[in-house]
Design a protein around this ligand. Structure first.
Ligand SMILES: Cc1cc2nc3c(=O)[nH]c(=O)nc-3n(C[C@H](O)[C@H](O)[C@H](O)COP(=O)(O)OP(=O)(O)OC[C@H]3O[C@@H](n4cnc5c(N)ncnc54)[C@H](O)[C@@H]3O)c2cc1C
Length: 475
């Protein structure tokens, strides 16, 4: 099959597919990784995707856990603070990193996959369904020659201006207004004496954020007013306000942040993932995280369909991923409005709203506990009605467990397929999971020994999908 786009989402998808025995060709109009930093934050759910792709430990070595999020008023007084630490997913709840570092790790993981090939300097021009095959037309940017390839499926991971999205007739739907921000990357010879988390300035006059990235690198962002450019900003003064006056400015770039989700994610065997399917403002650092989840949740379904499973399995891609993406993008838009909306008269209201942020649906889960919404019920998500707090549709926690005397992370025990974790009683079943691996969990006994997991199961059994999402519960 063909993956269009060798950004972080396309390469992750290709690695996951190749690990499942699918032959994958990744095409990109550039040969090298995009060199400028974009994403700087990933949550612990996204790190489980990197774990599945085999790069999480290497990622941990080039990233740093971050203290949390602090919202400040225009006078740098703290309005509210959300802490991040060790969560339930086995990785720090929030990590800061530089996107080119992550992309370099992913490219190495791709090169290590015997079933995956990468070809750079090729522009994909056209994709067309031909029954169950997909015809891909491309141009070699070196020679100018056009070629045609036949693939059994195509994954459009070709970013914000996706060609594949246009070719399947999908359109982006707005969830909020776009904004222009100035992104400033900084480096310092010595660590700066700054708060080790993300600071957001909630000043409608000049909304801004500042954060440590990795090593002695930092990121500052300032919202631009209509018609304003970088030259209109007094950068030295603004940076000094964050205690970064002495840092070297590595690059200054203007970005337009949209809040959009595609209205169609699939046409037959052509599917979208990542920025091709959704775009989010950066306030909760979820753009790439959403794309990594797309790749993780689609790879096993696509591998199954290419191996003979029902095509209808692919219908769950948009049905599951689009509402999840929409929910998180709405949280980003809401937080952005709280931070930046209104004039000075709104400041009192903002203070009040932030004080009750804990009660805002969606926002509270995310800001307080770094929890993203469960997938909606459907073919692969059998959430019982009237059971508040059901884990169905969310990731199973990942404690370190003991198996045969060895301590290891749960995902590494679960393997690539469906699994049942049982603390006793009836086992949940699903037609799409005919033969799950059954693992008995105990507090000191059992195949998988883990007091945390046994406590979480509370005598129940859960059916876990290959992407670690709980599909059903029994008991
Ligand atoms: C300033 C900034 C800050 C951000 N901060 C965060 C953050 O903190 N956390 C977070 O999670 N996300 C963040 N994001 C978002 C994150 O960077 C993106 O979501 C992520 O890069 C999307 O990855 P992707 O693989 O979907 O697309 P891309 O990285 O855009 O990759 C698409 C690839 O497709 C290739 N391509 C496109 N068209 C064709 C074609 N026709 N033929 C061949 N190849 C093609 C391109 O060359 C490119 O390599 C930020 C973004 C920006 C701009």
């Amino acid at each position: 099959m063909v993956v269009v786009g060798a950004g972080p989402v396309g390469v992750t998808a290709a690695v996951l597919l190749a690990r499942r025995g699918v032959d994958v060709l990744v095409l990109d109009r550039h040969a090298a990784v995009y060199p400028l930093p974009r994403a700087v934050h990933l949550d612990d759910e996204s790190l489980r995707v990197l774990q599945a792709a085999g790069v999480a430990d290497a990622f941990a070595a080039v990233s740093r856990p971050v203290a949390g999020l602090r919202l400040l008023d225009g006078g740098a007084g703290t309005l509210v603070e959300f802490h991040r630490g060790a969560g339930v997913h086995g990785w720090p709840q929030a990590s800061m990193f530089s996107q080119p570092d992550l992309e370099a790790l992913l490219r190495r993981a791709l090169a290590d996959q015997p079933r995956a090939r990468f070809r750079g300097e090729v522009e994909v021009l056209h994709v067309e369904q031909q029954g169950r095959a997909v015809r891909v037309r491309l141009r070699d940017r070196g020679t100018g020659a056009e070629e045609v390839l036949d693939a059994d499926a195509v994954l459009g991971c070709d970013g914000a201006n996706s060609t594949v999205r246009r070719l399947i007739g999908a359109r982006m739907r707005d969830l909020g207004p776009a904004e222009r921000w100035l992104v400033v990357d900084l480096a310092s010879a010595v660590p700066l004496d700054v708060w080790p988390g993300v600071q957001q300035v909630c000043d409608p006059g000049r909304p801004a954020s500042f954060m440590p990235v990795a090593g002695c690198r930092y990121r500052a962002e300032f919202r631009l007013a209509d018609g304003e450019t970088a030259a209109d900003l007094d950068l030295p003064r603004l940076l000094a306000g964050f205690g970064a006056g002495g840092a070297e400015v590595v690059r200054v770039a203007e970005y337009r942040y949209a809040a959009q989700v595609a209205d169609r994610w699939r046409d037959g065997r052509v599917l979208l993932c990542g920025d091709a399917a959704h775009l989010t403002p950066p306030f909760i650092g979820q753009g790439l995280g959403l794309g990594l989840r797309d790749a993780h949740q689609l790879a096993w379904k696509l591998a199954a369909v290419l191996d003979g499973a029902e095509e209808a399995l692919l219908d769950t891609h948009q049905a599951e991923r689009a509402p999840h993406a929409r929910a998180l993008i709405r949280v980003a838009v809401l937080l952005g409005r709280l931070m930046t909306g209104g004039g000075s008269a709104a400041s009192g209201l903002r203070r009040l709203a932030l004080a009750v942020v804990r009660r805002l649906p969606g926002l509270s889960d995310f800001t307080l506990a770094s929890r993203t919404p469960p997938l909606r019920p459907g073919r692969l998500v059998r959430r019982p009605r009237f059971v508040p707090g059901s884990p169905v549709g969310t990731l199973v926690p990942q404690p370190v467990v003991t198996v045969d005397g060895a301590r290891t992370r749960l995902d590494d025990v679960l393997g690539d397929g469906w699994a049942v974790l049982t603390a006793g009683g009836r086992l949940p079943t699903l037609p799409d999971a005919p033969d799950p691996r059954v693992l008995r969990v105990g507090d000191g006994a059992g195949e998988v020994s883990s007091p945390e997991l046994a406590g979480w199961l509370r005598g129940r059994s859960v059916l876990v999908r290959p992407d670690r999402i709980v599909a059903a519960v029994a008991g």
